[in-house]
Design a protein around this ligand. Structure first.
Ligand code: SAM
Length: 296
């Protein structure tokens, strides 16, 4: 009688399974996927190629994997550990000191893109886009990929953000259509300089700090998250600045916190802004406000 062939799992997957269990214990959202990402990064291959690998991990690969896993188990965000984040179908460089682009911000890109496509359907050149608080450049770069005639400027107070956004623009081959600069919101920008102002500004209210996950509260930069006692300080300053730099018909598109739509709509003076709209995210929560600059 011949013995049944025994399938011996590649030790790679035993390491991944054990890591996933440890990640589950700290409350990681998708522990198995995170463990696979960490192993792929340790080996230096795309995650999908893990499945094609027959040989067990080498000693130095395991050492790298354990070092990455230890950082993640200490509640460092996965994207910092990997050095990259996915946004709108591309990979962006990110790291400590920078805001990690979120999937919900893809809705802001989509909303702004649809409105801008409509605004520029007559074929004139543009739009010229300002991305205020650009971080990794996520929003501006996604809009440039989506709108072939668009150009733009990404502004951020953080030098690390500006440097990383430039790197991301080069990686995506978009550097000829955009520039990144340090600045305080739109201070000093000329009137009529842009056709659209888009922003995912800091909007978390100070008192919400304690309720944030440690990955966010202890790792992401304060100035990217918090904006005064009610979370609206940056938006309150940005709206009149946007009115100054946009021509008649120019678009303002803002990401906001879940409970901020009424307050933000209230900040949009009816003598300056037309067609104010609140857009829900995929879970039907109001997360975006858009408005059009009216005649002065
Ligand atoms: C919520 S993050 C958004 C980053 C990026 N736009 C995204 O969606 O991934 C806010 C960004 O605004 C920047 N920021 C905060 N206050 C600012 C200010 N007064 N002027 C310019 N940038 C500011 C922060 O450094 C941070 O990069």
């Amino acid at each position: 009688m011949t013995a049944e062939p025994r399938i011996v799992p590649n030790p790679l997957f035993i390491w991944i399974r054990d890591a996933a269990e440890r990640l589950r214990a700290i409350g990681a959202g998708n522990p198995r996927l995170e463990a696979e990402h960490l192993m792929a990064a340790a080996i230096g291959i795309p995650r999908i190629r893990l499945w094609l690998r027959d040989e067990p991990p080498a000693e130095e690969e395991i050492a790298r994997f354990e070092a990455l896993l230890a950082r993640r188990l200490a509640r460092e965000p996965l994207q910092y550990v990997l050095g990259t984040a996915e946004f709108c179908g591309t990979e962006l460089r990110v790291g400590p000191g920078l805001f990690i682009p979120r999937s919900e911000t893809e809705q802001l890109v989509e909303t702004a893109a649809v409105r801008l496509e409509r605004m520029f359907a007559d074929g004139r050149t543009g739009p010229r886009i300002a991305d205020v608080g650009t971080g990794t450049g996520a929003i501006l770069l996604a809009l440039l990929r989506r709108l072939p005639g668009a150009t733009g400027v990404g502004i951020d107070r953080s030098a690390a953000a500006v440097e990383t956004a430039r790197h991301n623009a080069e990686r995506l081959g978009l550097e000829d259509r955009c520039r990144f600069t340090r600045g305080d919101l739109l201070a000093g920008v000329e009137p009529d300089a842009f056709d659209a102002v888009v922003s995912n500004p800091p909007y978390i209210a100070e008192p919400e700090r304690a309720a944030l996950a440690p990955e966010i509260r202890d790792h992401e930069p304060e100035e990217a998250l918090f904006s005064g006692a009610g979370g609206l300080d940056a938006i309150r300053r940005l709206i009149p600045q946007a009115a100054r730099v946009l021509p008649e018909g120019g678009l303002l598109a803002l990401e906001i916190g879940i409970e901020q739509s009424e307050a933000v709509v209230g900040l949009l003076d009816g003598s300056v802004w037309d067609g104010v709209e609140v857009v829900d995210d995929l879970t039907r929560r109001p997360r975006i406000v858009t408005a059009v600059r009216s005649r002065s």
